[in-house]
Design a protein around this ligand. Sequence first.
Ligand code: SF4
Ligand code: F3S
Ligand code: FES
Length: 254
Amino acid sequence: MSSYEARFKVWRGDAQGGGLEDFKVEVNDGEVVLDIIHRLQATQAPDLAVRWNCKAGKCGSCSAEINGRPRLMCMTRMSVFTREETVTVTPLRTFPVIRDLVTDVGYNYAKAREVPSFVPPAGLGPGEYRMFQEDVDRPQEFRKCIECFLCQDVCHVVRDHEDNKQAYAGPRFLMRVAELDMHPLDAAAEAGLDRKRAAQDDHGLGYCNITKCCTEVCPEGIRITDNALIPLKERAVDRKYDPLVWLGSKIRRR
Ligand code: SF4
Ligand code: F3S
Ligand code: FES
């Protein structure tokens, strides 16, 4: 096994402020960035705060920015960097820092609660649902999501404009709206819930200008923009310019 000494810069601090601290640390073959953070905790910085759980890319806890790119620390091999390169690890920039590499991702849980859940069709019991395979494949892709919130972190709509957080659900939760709106058995409309209108008015779909950065950072390889956000935009626009919907809204306003 070969090993070398790597240079790391790790952000240390809390909500009041902080900065990058320099470290030199041993790296062995096959290690990932999270191994190095753990070695720092064990040998040089026992109070370094980091959130992690599975070390297998499945719990979504160890999200951070590595050399400025949102990534999972447990899935980023040290071999992607040259031995001479300084590796900089900072907390997710879009969310408030609690301490060191740990951020408060509560914004995401608040947005999750704003999306009404699946409405089962009246008169069908569990086990009686029948769907085409393509209608099964679509939500299965979306449900690979591990809620790492890297897509939420990278989307410029909230990353660069904190005040948009009120009005914008972000790619992960717009994807959830898309999943439900395209679900052939979702009976939300019969229950008086217009998911397309809600996507525009309540979840800020119009703020997304299809930069696709969310798709680029998703560790599950979910095609968030192409398979969820663009179809949802098309469906919302179809609704807006549907003459029957327009007429209905005029009549309702009287
Ligand atoms: Fe993470 Fe991808 Fe889910 Fe976004 S869609 S939270 S990037 S797994
Ligand atoms: Fe943001 Fe993704 Fe749209 S990064 S702007 S939600 S395509
Ligand atoms: Fe679970 Fe990294 S520790 S995804």
